[in-house]
Write a protein that binds this ligand. Sequence first.
Ligand code: MCA
Ligand code: AMP
Length: 502
Amino acid sequence: MKTIFESFADVAGLVPHKSLFERTGQPAISYGEALELTQRLAGVLSTQGVMPGDRVAAQVGKSPEAICLYLATLQVGGVYLPLNTDYTSAEVDYFLGDAAPRLFVCAPDQLAAHAARYGERIACSSLGTSGDGSLMEAASGAEPKVDHVARAMDDPAAILYTSGTTGRSKGAVLTHGNLASNTAALLESWGFTREDRLIHALPIFHTHGLFVAVNMTLVAGATLLWQSRFAPETVLDLMGSATVLMGVPTFYTRLLQCERLTREAAAGMRLFVSGSAPLLADDHKSFEARTGHAILERYGMTETCMITTNPYDGPRKPGAVGMPLPGIEVRVADRETGSPLPQGEIGAIEVRGPNVFQCYWNMPEKTAAEFRADGFFITGDLGQIGEDGYLRIVGRDKDLVISGGYNVYPKEIEGLIDELSGIVESAVIGVPHPDLGEGVTAVVVREAGAEIDEAGVIAAIGPQLARYKQPKKILFVSELPRNVMGKVQKAELRKTYADLFS
Ligand code: MCA
Ligand code: AMP
């Protein structure tokens, strides 16, 4: 099997003039041009001392150049570490401290501050969304690096941070084999080819936007209709010249609010994919009624890339996430023992295969705790395999909220709120939200006489927390419901506030 970089370089050699990136109002970027820029960036990375195994961290806006930086990192044998652009400096501090990258690439307006803070131990460079910044300046004069560092399938290719239900975020180490095997499985399952034109409106610092959408395109030799962010009207404009859309459920909820979403508007499209969070069965049905397309829902996780998918040829069932991708084993097991359960029973979803990550960066105990002795990874999701063989996700064993496709870990927010003066304790939950799927909500107990209010809490925690993690509502109560063991009953709270956003 070839690495993602090798497959991309092969395609660029075969079809150098084919468009890789198409952007409205800007010239397209061909495979050949993207390879040439990647090679110049690889030259810069080498000059900056990036050696095989070194981490290259990037907190940069969405641009074709950022994808070339990812590819250049793979070319020199580095490990790519993308960071959400929404992360605050407190959050970035932790990631850089933990991963100790050789190079940190940030937005141009952040470079001076980051270089002052990290410059002594980490080289800092910048990349803007219009091809500006010090990295591109260096690349413009750099010699293209034509050779690449050969990597084995079990060598690390990327680290993606995923928050833990307890403690700090964990860096999931994904290997070249994880990325290449998952891409191959998805290409086969979804019939994705060089003829495809994918509307890309997802962020590129997560598995969905980078390792599903971009990797599939690069390996197939397809074309990306490149959008800086998701805007439903623009997506509708593009549908006439596209074949595939990949999105989180919020994309589909918002598209359904557009009158222009009709059978005619979607007539040229081949496939609509949804994942990262549960797609409402009602949205699935309404979308099919409006467009004639049944959305293909798939299930994945940062640690495992994609795990299951509804069939491309065959019924795509609302509320189900389908069957394992080729080469991947999925079982529903007893939550305590890991013994497989009879079909139809609800239990822990566990997965084994070439898609499953290598380890959490520098956290051997946490890695070991998530695996069974026979090598199955415990996803933390609860599910059931029906008589039809389809997996259905019925809940989560982990304390996690998914808002608009982004994971939010209650513990992290509770920790910040509980530290504030005038607060006794808090419980952060996700409650149904018509747009985001779940809305982050904090239920808070104040000390007697304390006057801190919703705005006060947000103002205090805001600077430390990415915006998408910040509670959409803060409710004050006299006490939190507890079970006999003294544990806060979040299920009870979710029930009480189920209609908060409706
Ligand atoms: C933006 N805001 C959010 C979110 N996004 N708040 C909560 N949850 C969010 N997801 C904030 C903004 O900061 C803003 O705050 C306010 O909400 C309104 O923003 P809006 O303009 O509506 O947001 P948007 O820019 O349209 O973004 C919504 C979005 C976006 C399109 C749903 O969040 C998105 O692209 N999500 C995709 C995430 C994703 O790729 N997930 C994959 C990871 P204020 O008004 O206060 O400033 S999971 C994964 O990779 C696994 C493996 C998998 O299975 O795929
Ligand atoms: P992340 O850690 O950001 O990769 O998020 C992974 C989690 O997203 C999974 O463990 C699931 O809880 C959730 N998820 C992903 N796809 C789906 C889906 N199609 N339906 C329900 N939940 C999903």
